[in-house]
Design a protein around this ligand. Structure first.
Ligand code: IDP
Ligand code: MG
Length: 145
């Protein structure tokens, strides 16, 4: 499988619950390397632009409000099949439907406050990574372990 990059976000509920380290540990333990990390607070324009595909959905305004309600951690993850692997580690959107051992099963509050975002395709991953990270802020490296 090819080495891919994907965008991960630890959402405001994850930061508030104090699980930044636990989330990143799951990624590292399962073969995904953080190659860019930034803690920030999204503006309304940032969140609206990022979730533009959902702007017709009933939950859009609430989602933007939630995503701007506190700090988030933006990350680029790199690894074999990183896009699908990240989605697997995250679990289903609704934590009630998420598989045991997934981030959303273990940490999410509900279908909105679901702790993590992950790009859903390689094509979207490229768009989402470049939405937040210029190439000069991304640094690949090899593990020696
Ligand atoms: P995903 O994050 O698993 O890819 P999407 O369908 O892309 O799920 O939805 C984006 C985000 O919008 C979700 O992660 C969640 O925070 C929020 N969301 C999705 N569906 C609902 C809903 O039915 N009610 C409230 N919020 C939702
Ligand atoms: Mg999505």
């Amino acid at each position: 499988m090819a080495i891919e990059r994907t965008l991960s976000i630890i959402k405001p509920d994850g930061v508030e619950k104090g699980v930044i380290g636990k989330v990143i540990a799951r990624f590292e333990e399962q073969g995904l390397k953080p190659i860019a990390i930034r803690l920030t607070q999204l503006s309304k324009a940032d969140a609206e632009g990022f979730y533009a595909v959902h702007k017709a959905r009933s939950f859009f305004a609430d989602l933007v409000k939630f995503m701007t309600s506190g700090p988030v951690v933006l990350m680029v993850l790199e690894g074999e099949g990183a896009v699908a692997k990240n989605r697997e580690i995250m679990g289903a959107t609704d934590p009630a439907k998420a598989a045991p051992g997934t981030l959303r099963k273990d940490f999410a509050t509900n279908i909105e406050k679901n702790t993590v975002h992950g790009s859903d395709s390689l094509e979207n991953a490229k768009v989402e990574v470049s939405y937040f990270f210029p190439e000069v802020q991304i640094h690949s490296y090899q593990w020696k372990k």
